[in-house]
Design a protein around this ligand. Sequence first.
Ligand code: ADP
Ligand code: MG
Length: 544
Amino acid sequence: MDERRAEPDHNTGVNNSVSLYGEFTVTGNRKVRCAVSLTERELVVQRLTSTPVGRNKAVLSLKDCVGCRAYREDDNADPAANLSAYFYPLKRRWMSSGVSRQRVEQSFRLAALQDPRANLEEAEKWARVVRERSARQQYPRDGVLMSQLSRPCRMMLLVNPQSGKGQALTLYNNHIQRMLNEAGVPHTLVITEHQNHARELVREADLSQWDALVIMSGDGLLFEVINGLLEREDWEDAIRTPLGILPGGSGNALAASIHHYSRSSPVSSEELLLSCGFLLCKGLVSRMDLVSVQLSSGPRLFSFLSLAWGFVADVDIESEKYRHVGAARFTVGTLVRLASLRVYRGRLAYLPAPDQETLRNEVTLHCNNQTLRSRDSVGQNTFHNSCHSNNSLKARRTESTPSRSPRKAPCGPTDSLLPPLDQQLPGDWVLVQEEDFVLMLAMYHSHLAEDLLAAPGAAPDDGVIHLFYVRAGISRAALLKLFLAMEKGEHLGTNCQHLVYVKVRALRLEPFSPKGIITLDGEVVEYGPLQAEVHRGLARLITG
Ligand code: ADP
Ligand code: MG
């Protein structure tokens, strides 16, 4: 190994020094000799044995490296050591304009010396420097980055064998097991046996044994894990356990969101899995908002992704029967439900998020003047009374702590914005005037499904519920157009008069019809009145 002088990087002008250099043969083919150099940012492999043009040199970015290891074959007669580095660079897909991650392994045989231990030490030195440098090379992110998972990271990987097309275990065996081994992540595989198995498990687990809890399923299994963590006495520490997700289900919205946050072009299925696996190996941890949801009976639930009522909730649940088609189940379900499009009656109110200052002032003005206009109307009964006359002054800026005592739940953070569900809302809430809806969808991540970019502006810890509702009266064609535009996150630009988007901190929904479907993170919950409040950055999410 040579220690070489610094050379300027011609592309960036940054000092990208060649500091390790060696000449090795390729593992498995001693006829192929390579000159290998390692800079601060790249591994450069130059074949010294001639090969067809264009394939003589490989430049691999350490950003794309998940791991590197040194080892010796069992063959004692051979003094050589091996060095393997594993990369998942973005490559152009065959017959398509998109890019996705594809595995590239570089393995070399180091046999410069007669002493097997000396060769192994040399290989280990390379492996260590490759790992250190790739850990330093992270993709730039917005300011949500918190920390990096420690190495070695003890990971519990929960797999739901029933999720999606029932392929999660196969996907684990085909891709993830190898990738985690390459990244040097020892993990314990837990195969769930029934619904709520994961929830019970994390509720009782000794969390000091785990650095991360990762689920491989759809969003439903993470919903179990998060609620299990928040049911613990030590919920405050427990919910800070880094959580990861690998898409193995049919509803892989969080996985698609994490991929989206990494600023990569959209992918699906196994390409999404490779991307999320790669980001998981990178092990960067961000904060994640959770939304606490109070239902009229039963304990509070915590949601990390979405709250839906109307069209979206119906499609999610009705499409369970098309589970065998994987993520396409939502497309099929959407078309079926469009054919029997209906109106959902109920009342919706929300507390605008702080950056909607203008809206808030407008509400206050309306309250004071007792005027009725558009969606910030005065409530018509005791359920909401958005701007009731006796609190019209208070309504001016009820940013302060609410006067009512918040419902104290046994575990999890206190909901400071929500009065009891059967009491009227304070004056700074906005009551939606319409009572006829086609859908209500509250999102806290960017994606509703692998191919539905519902809230393009959402970030994992923005402290905001992205509330969408579609008013009744929309035509089937216009609704279909909205969902088609949503594939690219362009629905807000369609100027659909029936679609309303508002950023909120809390909301209350009271459906009128006695029966119906409400979903949290794609899971059916008790149908009836509910209210929800966002808790900023409560959980930790491995976003890579
Ligand atoms: P999908 O995206 O395919 O719906 P989910 O992860 O959402 O996958 O899981 C679907 C449901 O299966 C969830 O309600 C989850 O709680 C439940 N579940 C988890 N493990 C099992 C199991 N071993 N058998 C049956 N259901 C399970
Ligand atoms: Mg699901």
